[in-house]
Ligand binder design. Structure first.
Ligand code: AMP
Length: 110
């Protein structure tokens, strides 16, 4: 199982802020902003560039979950990040969206 599957299965604890049939969202253990939540599809796609046509609904559900979670947590400005591959800093090979907010975010990102 991936680390995030273990969180979904409640084998590893996490601060879960939102769940639906397709996604789960929980706080990042090493937050990079006052609010740093990971939005994770229940279905494992190892990284974004391995997604296929069959994953279109799941991908869309993840994007929709961002807005739901951001509203729930009272975020107005925020950033959504997907790290694809090791060169982008991906460490967990179970697709996830980073939702970052609660502070002024600089551009370009590092
Ligand atoms: P990435 O580097 O894009 O693959 O993102 C993986 C993220 O998972 C990192 O920001 C980690 O801080 C976070 N992370 C690792 N282990 C846990 C955990 N047990 N609970 C919550 N977040 C975690």
């Amino acid at each position: 199982l991936t680390l995030f599957e273990k969180i979904i299965a409640r084998q590893i604890p996490a601060d879960i802020v939102y769940e639906d049939d397709h996604t789960i969202a929980f706080r990042d253990i090493h937050p990079q902003a006052p609010t740093h939540v990971l939005i994770v599809p229940r279905q494992v796609i190892p990284r974004l560039d391995l997604a296929t046509e069959a994953d279109v609904e799941v991908l869309g559900r993840c994007m929709l979950a961002v807005g739901i979670v951001a509203k729930q947590l009272g975020l107005s400005g925020y950033r959504v990040v997907i790290n694809n591959g090791e060169d982008a800093g991906q460490t967990v090979f179970h697709l996830h969206l980073h939702l970052l907010g609660g502070r002024r975010l600089t551009w370009p990102p590092g």
